[in-house]
Write a protein that binds this ligand. Sequence first.
Ligand code: DC
Length: 222
Amino acid sequence: MKTKYPIVIAIDGTSASGKSTNAKLVAKALGYVYVDTGAMYRTLAWYCLQKSVDIHDAKAVAAACRKWKTSFECVEVKSHLRAVHLLVDGYFPDNEIRTAEVSGATSLIAAVPKVRDWMKKKQRECIQFGDLVMEGRDIGTNVFPETDYKFYLDAKLEERTARRAADGVNENLAARDQRDSQRASAPLMIALGAKVINNSHLTSEQTSGLLLKEIRARLPAQ
Ligand code: DC
């Protein structure tokens, strides 16, 4: 009997380029499990801030990442949308990880190679939950480079800044993009073979529509 290997849709891109919104729409439409890898990095940054670990000290951050007690849960977050959450000490800090302070700390701890190794291993383990739509910065380049479904979302900086402000978060996205793109370990870049979508002038329905059209054209016949 032929066993089916789970499909992974990799959606990478700049901050506030609509990755989360569109990844959720695509996951919902296909019945796949949504994985927000940024939330995993954010959770570690939040944990370090909570535990007074110096986020500028790569060794201290790597040690915290080695020791923290985590687990996964796969839960229905909305009707017809299941998502994987990384819990620390049994808790998912859903709201706490969305502050500008945590965002800034996250791109620092995300540059630590040992953190990236840990995250990659954990993110690959998510296929235990089935077919995935996974969003982040290095999913197509580093976490699941073997997938045939790679996308890169982007939008003009002013548009992205306005989107974050509308969510009540004011932060310097250009500085974060620069840190994410210039780090030595798995920097943000367009994966080979990725379809690039600039959605500055597109609604999320239009963007997810483009993604779904492209994915469905590539999916094997059932
Ligand atoms: O997608 P986000 O804004 O929640 O991501 C927060 C930070 O986490 C981002 O600035 C860079 C880092 N990140 C990463 O380095 N690699 C990923 N796969 C996901 C996020």
